[in-house]
Design a protein around this ligand. Structure first.
Ligand code: GRF
Length: 195
């Protein structure tokens, strides 16, 4: 239901804990956006069922239904336009977006990444932080630009690495920080843009 706030779409591929953290924060009318759409690249994503259970509008766009990255991104862009989306938050969206799409949404699209960027862009960040002997890791909210995991940083949280820690244990502790900082960083970003 449109409520006059800027309209945020959240793009997911999996569990959806960040999507849920944002959706919970946005229940507060003082939050500067409403969650107007959740898009999943996987029909089986647990986050999709979680979004539907919250009564959020959902949409599945499966890459295999599109012949190219360009046609997938064009369909995504059309869906965002159809839902009158103002801002996009990537939240575990396992899909690299094309340069034209990113240019079109420049200044209105953000991502969360599970490392202290610029350290450890890409995948398997926790295993890589452990293998590198890093004393700490964390998470980064950043604007999405054409180069992967390297747009302007909006917020970070640090997580000290414990001796002998497994990647899974570390991931769980970082995820708690992600769920904490992402809703707030999106709010600050949108307030700054709308001011
Ligand atoms: C998070 O660790 C996020 O940083 C990464 O993918 C994971 C998504 O988790 N990009 P969830 O689906 O939000 O629970």
């Amino acid at each position: 239901m449109a409520d006059g706030r800027p309209r945020l779409a959240i793009l997911i591929s999996g569990r959806g804990s960040n999507m849920e953290a944002i959706a919970t924060a946005a229940r507060d009318p003082a939050y500067p956006a409403e969650v107007a759409l959740v898009v999943s690249s996987r029909a089986s994503a647990p986050g999709l069922a979680r979004a539907a259970a919250r009564g959020l509008p959902t949409l599945v766009l499966a890459p295999r239904d599109f012949p190219t990255r360009e046609t997938f991104d064009a369909a995504l862009d059309q869906a965002l336009a159809a839902h009158r989306i103002d801002y996009v938050a990537l939240a575990g969206f396992m899909r690299v977006l094309t340069a034209p799409f990113v240019r079109r949404w420049k200044g209105r699209i953000v991502n969360i990444h599970p490392s202290l960027l610029p350290r450890h862009p890409g995948l398997d960040t926790h295993a890589r932080a452990l293998a590198a002997g890093d004393a700490e890791t964390g998470c980064t909210v950043h604007e999405v630009t054409e180069e992967l995991d390297s747009g302007p940083i909006l917020a970070q949280a640090r997580v000290p690495i414990r001796p002998g820690e497994t990647p899974e244990a570390l991931a769980a502790r970082v995820l708690a920080e992600e769920n904490r900082i992402y809703p707030a960083a999106i709010a600050d970003f949108i307030r700054g843009r709308e001011a």
